[in-house]
Design a protein around this ligand. Structure first.
Ligand code: FMN
Length: 188
């Protein structure tokens, strides 16, 4: 089982990474973590290269993500919410999935034939509504053929309680790990 994890937090020892660590401790198979703030991945500039060509005109670390995403089984996006939305750098990385949208709509190709499972893990300090961020990230996941997305999981009072001490979220992280593994175990 292969899982791509995209981390939208700039804080190297923050809440998001602490929940990602909880997940990877319980995840079968291999995983690849992309750190939106520390990867050499720039935003899509709508140059429209992908309207008529495979891939992307920008040559950066996204190439490795495109390779991995081809045959991975799961995609998990984890992020703090900023103004109730995913962070800007996370959206920069995700904007590079535009090539898959272009494949379908302009090049009449079926990108990413393998259907995937996914999850969204969010954290917030305490004064925002995470639903908008979840909805945005669910749309993004659907563009990369994630057809089965786990319900919103997160810790939304991190100003008062670190995410790793939020028992409810820790339970849900375990449920995500089970959800991502379930069907594959049945097949094997
Ligand atoms: C620019 C900015 C905007 C934020 N907006 C929100 C918000 O709308 N709602 C909220 O609950 N927390 C908000 N926060 C707080 C972070 O989501 C919170 O501190 C989170 O736990 C940080 O996660 P991290 O440690 O993984 O980076 C914001 C923080 C920053 C820096």
């Amino acid at each position: 089982m292969k899982t791509l994890i995209i981390n939208g937090s700039p804080r190297k020892c923050g809440e998001t990474i602490s929940l990602i660590n909880k997940l990877t401790e319980q995840l079968n198979g291999e995983y690849k973590i992309i750190n939106a703030y520390y990867s050499n991945i720039s935003a899509c500039v709508d140059c429209r290269y992908c309207w008529s060509n495979d891939g992307c005109a920008i040559n950066d670390e996204m190439a490795g993500v495109y390779d991995y995403i081809e045959d991975c089984d799961n995609v998990v996006i984890a992020s703090p919410i900023y103004f109730s939305q995913p962070t800007g750098k996370l959206l920069d990385v995700c904007s590079r999935f535009q090539t898959y949208f272009a494949a379908k709509h302009f090049r009449n190709k079926v990108p990413l034939t393998k259907a995937k499972k996914g999850a969204v893990i969010l954290v917030g300090g305490g004064d925002g509504n995470p639903q908008k961020a979840y909805d945005t990230l669910s749309v993004i996941l659907s563009h990369i053929n994630v057809t089965n997305i786990y319900s919103l999981v997160g810790s939304f009072n991190t100003n008062e309680l670190p995410a790793t001490e939020d028992n409810e979220v820790i339970k849900e992280i375990k449920n995500i790990a089970n959800f991502l593994t379930e069907e594959l175990q049945r097949i094997i």
